[in-house]
Ligand binder design. Structure first.
Ligand code: TXA
Ligand code: MG
Length: 315
C-alpha cells in the first residue's frame, strides 16, 4: 500500500492515531528529527518497526510520552532523573531510567533491557498524537538503520518509501539533531549520546560532570555504534582544502563550496547538517568538511560527523 501523506489537521491526526491503534507505523515530526512511530505497547507493531528500519534487535527504542505523568508509569523518575524531566521537558532530552513495573511499553521496545529511554517531545503534533493514543509511542529516527536522520517528510519518504503506513507533515524539524541521551541507571548520570541539549548546560543544572559512556561494538547506547548517520559518499573531516574530486563544506571563516554556517553559528550548523549531507550525497562521491568547534552543540555535530565518516559496516 502507498504511504499516506497526512497534514497536521485534527482529521488527519485522528487518522494517524487510528493507524497506530491498529498496529500501524506512522512517521511523526519532532523538534529534533522525524520519528518512526508505533504504539509502544503493541509488540507486533514494534517488531515490524525494527524490521522496516533494519535495526539490530539489541538497540532499544525511546518511549515518547506526553509528560512526566505518563513517563512515571513507564520508568522510575525519582531523584535527579525526575529533576531533569521537570526542567528540560518538553524538549530534546532522553532520560534512561530503570523500567517501572506494569508500564505500557512492551519488552521488545526496550530490547529486553530492564531500563527504558523516555522523552517528552515538544512538537505539538506529536504531543497530540500521544495524548489521543493515551499511551507512549516508540519513535526511533525515521531512517534506515545507520543512515542519515530525516528532518522533512520528503526525507522520510526518500528513506522508507512505501514501507510505512503514513507520514504526518509537521514541517521541517527546527533542531535537526537528535536528543541528548542521559542515563540515570548507574552511580553517576552518564551521557550516552550528545544531542540537542548541550552537555555543559546539563552539568551546570545537575552540579556534577556527566560520565561518558563506553563506546564499542555493543555499547550501552547502541546509537553509539561506530558507523551511523552515514551518507554513501566518502566523508573526510577537519579538511582545510578540497583534494581532487572532493566537494568542500565550510564553517565560519572557511567558506568552501557550501557552508554549514557562514557566520560560524553552531545552532545553524546543526540544523543544516543532515539536509546538506543528504543533498551532497545525491551529487558527489567524496565530501570534505572543515573543522567544527567541539564546544556546545559542536560536541553532537562532531559525534555525528565522526560516525558518518567511519568506514566499518553498520550492524
Ligand atoms: O531526537 C530523538 O531522540 C529522535 C526523535 C525521533 O525523538 N529519536 C531517536 O531515536 O534518535 P533513535 O532510536 O534513533 O535513537 C535512540 C537512542 C539510541 O542510541 C538508543 O540506543 C538509545 O537512545 N536508547 C534508547 N533506550 C535506551 C536504553 N534503555 N538504554 C540505553 N540507551 C537507550
Ligand atoms: Mg537514529
Amino acid at each position: 500500500m502507498a504511504t499516506l501523506a497526512l497534514k497536521p489537521t485534527p482529521e488527519d491526526i485522528s487518522t494517524a492515531v487510528n493507524i497506530l491503534r491498529q498496529g500501524g507505523i506512522v512517521a511523526v515530526p519532532t523538534e529534533t528529527v522525524y520519528g518512526l512511530a508505533a504504539d509502544a505497547s503493541n509488540a507486533d507493531a514494534v517488531a515490524r518497526l525494527y524490521a522496516v528500519k533494519g535495526r539490530p534487535a539489541f538497540n532499544p527504542l525511546i518511549a515518547h510520552v506526553n509528560g512526566p505523568e505518563m513517563a512515571a508509569q513507564e520508568g522510575d523518575l525519582s531523584g535527579k532523573a525526575g529533576f531533569c524531566a521537570g526542567f528540560y521537558w518538553p524538549g530534546p532530552l532522553t532520560i534512561v531510567v530503570p523500567v517501572a513495573p506494569g508500564g505500557a511499553a512492551c519488552e521488545l521496545a526496550r530490547a529486553g533491557l530492564d531500563t527504558i529511554g523516555l522523552r517528552h517531545p515538544s512538537h505539538s503534533v506529536t504531543h497530540d498524537i500521544i495524548t489521543r493514543l493515551g499511551r507512549p509511542i516508540v519513535a526511533p529516527s525515521a531512517n534506515r538503520s545507520g543512515r542519515i536522520s530525516p528532518v522533512t517528510p520528503q526525507d522520510v519518504y526518500e528513506e522508507l518509501g512505501d514501507d510505512l503506513d503514513a507520514i504526518v507533515d509537521g514541517g521541517r524539524c527546527p533542531l535537526g539533531l537528535e536528543s541528548t541521551v542521559v542515563s540515570f541507571t548507574g552511580q553517576e548520570p552518564a551521557l550516552l549520546r550528545p544531542g540537542g541539549v548541550e552537555r555543559a548546560v546539563i552539568e551546570r543544572f545537575l552540579g556534577t560532570p556527566l560520565a561518558t559512556a563506553e563506546t564499542g561494538s555493543r555499547p550501552e547506547s547502541p546509537g553509539q555504534l561506530s558507523r551511523h548517520y552515514a551518507p554513501n559518499a566518502r566523508l573526510r573531516l577537519d579538511a582545510k582544502t578540497a583534494d581532487g574530486g572532493e566537494v568542500l563544506v565550510g564553517f565560519g571563516h572557511l567558506s568552501g563550496d557550501y557552508s554549514l554556517s557562514p557566520r560560524g553559528d553552531l545552532k545553524e550548523a546543526a540544523a543544516n547538517l543532515y539536509p546538506l549531507l543528504r543533498y551532497l550525497d545525491r551529487h558527489h562521491d567524496q565530501i570534505a568538511i572543515g573543522p567544527i568547534p567541539r564546544h556546545g552543540l559542536g560536541e553532537a555535530i562532531n559525534d555525528r560527523l565522526q560516525r558518518a565518516a567511519a568506514r566499518d559496516e553498520p550492524c
